[in-house]
Design a protein around this ligand. Structure first.
Ligand code: AMP
Ligand code: MG
Length: 421
């Protein structure tokens, strides 16, 4: 009865509202202190403020000569009354009608209001003049003290994701360590009688459990701490045991066992634990059987769970679309969730239409191919949502809206990026 299921937008909005409620718990999240060198990928727990003005002094952005713009603009020779390079204390003051040799990163001497680039001057026996065809306005090649931030200014709020840029900013503020939120522990429970561990030789009819390592990698990349449980067999007792253990996590990802088959026993097992289901299926392909809900108060808080369809591509798509925003909220991040971008389709899509389903098909996007043009995207040939080789050849999913059956070459389309942050 797929018409009764929520569409992608509706399910996404439901998950976003749930994540927003979780985000309100941010002030109560556990905090730990880490060295700045390992802080990338974490989430800031305490606001970062500027410890001093940035830049801390009026800084030259060029090698050249500090001067008064009005005097330099006469094109007369100015005597060079001193020299300063980066790391020296502020020099000066600059005498009237003079210039001061200066290097990039050095403090501008008091009295100077511009720096003439060394390439734009004529130097003659300790004197310098702006080349006649050049003009220089006041302020040129100087970043005034405090132009980027004033001492005490807020620079980053709690919940900011830490990437290389935030690491650099924190370093400039003297933070050798940062207070970050503890990573949420995400249980990864693969289910299926056919599964064997990666290091086992599959017997006839068996396959290796690839979803657990895949989901663990996705969890880690999205800022969680993966906790991979032993695979659960397709029987009620095994599922009950595994779910009881997994429920100690902050978030529970179950792979497999949520379709309509005879051995798809995950939903009933969750129901036996008192689960509340937010939805049990979404009109998307792949990933239609996705289940989202929460287990009742265990250790004082409800545990959200996703029952991800076992096909690897379905698991990957549903993680990015739905589990990632919840994980981001549990990690204390201000922003998180699926990342979409625009690209231009390089060939008409000719996949069989599945009316009423938003499709997310493995695709390969060439980013930044030609300057000024959109990235180009094309579908990757695949044999359906079990095709791991196709997944590994792709770097995004092409979004085919519910109403479309195929999309023409040249069309601007949406793509779902592989990274969740
Ligand atoms: P299910 O969702 O349990 O009906 O599984 C759908 C398909 O995904 C079946 O072909 C399973 O063998 C496959 N599958 C389920 N779990 C995994 C897993 N952990 N790793 C790889 N394939 C899986
Ligand atoms: Mg199964």
């Amino acid at each position: 009865m797929s018409s009764a299921l929520p569409g992608y937008q509706q399910a996404a909005a439901q998950v976003a509202a749930y994540a927003a409620r979780l985000a309100r718990l941010r002030p109560s999240l556990a905090v730990e202190r880490v060295a700045l060198s390992v802080a990338a990928g974490r989430v800031l727990a305490l606001a970062l403020a500027a410890d001093r003005d940035q830049p801390p002094f009026a800084r030259s952005t060029r090698d050249g000569f500090a001067c008064r713009a009005a005097e330099a603009s006469t094109h007369g020779f100015l005597p060079v009354s001193g020299a300063i390079h980066a790391g020296q204390p502020p020099a000066g003051p600059l005498p009237t009608g003079a210039a001061w040799e200066i290097m990039t990163g050095a403090p501008v001497p008091a009295g100077a209001d511009a720096v003439v680039m060394v390439e734009h001057v004529e130097v003659d026996e300790g004197r310098v003049r702006l080349l006649p065809e050049r003009k220089i306005p006041a302020g040129d090649n100087i970043v005034p003290q405090g132009a980027q931030a004033r001492a005490g200014d807020p620079l980053l709020p709690p919940g900011a994701a830490i990437t290389f840029a935030q690491v650099a900013l924190a370093a400039s503020c003297g933070c050798a360590q940062l207070d970050v939120f503890r990573r949420p522990r995400v249980a990864v429970l693969a289910t299926g009688d056919e599964l064997v561990a990666v290091d086992s030789e599959p017997a006839p009819g068996q396959i290796r459990n690839s979803n657990a390592p895949m989901l663990a990698a996705m969890v880690a990349a999205a800022g969680g701490e993966p906790w991979v449980l032993p695979t659960a067999a397709d029987n009620a007792a095994a599922l009950d045991r595994s779910l009881a253990e997994a429920a100690e996590a902050d978030l529970l990802l179950i792979s497999g066992g949520v379709s309509a088959g005879k051995f798809d026993l995950v939903e009933p097992a969750l129901a036996r634990m008192g689960a509340r289901f937010h939805f049990t299926g979404v009109r998307i392909q792949p990933g239609k059987p996705l289940v989202f809900g929460e287990l009742p108060q265990i250790a004082g808080h409800a545990v959200p769970f996703f029952g991800l369809p076992g096909n690897p591509v379905s698991s990957a798509v549903t993680f990015l679309l739905f589990a990632a925003p919840v994980l981001a909220a549990l990690a204390g991040r201000l922003e998180g969730g699926p990342r979409f971008a625009l690209a231009q389709l390089s060939a008409t899509t000719d996949r069989r239409a599945k009316p009423g389903l938003t499709r997310f098909l493995p695709a390969s996007c060439t980013f930044g191919a030609t300057s000024g043009e959109l990235p180009e995207v094309e579908l990757v040939r695949w044999q359906g949502s079990g095709d791991l080789a196709a997944l590994a050849r792709s770097n995004c999913f092409l979004v085919i809206p519910e109403a479309e059956s195929s999309l023409p070459a040249g069309q601007i389309v949406r793509i779902l990026l592989f990274c969740a942050e």
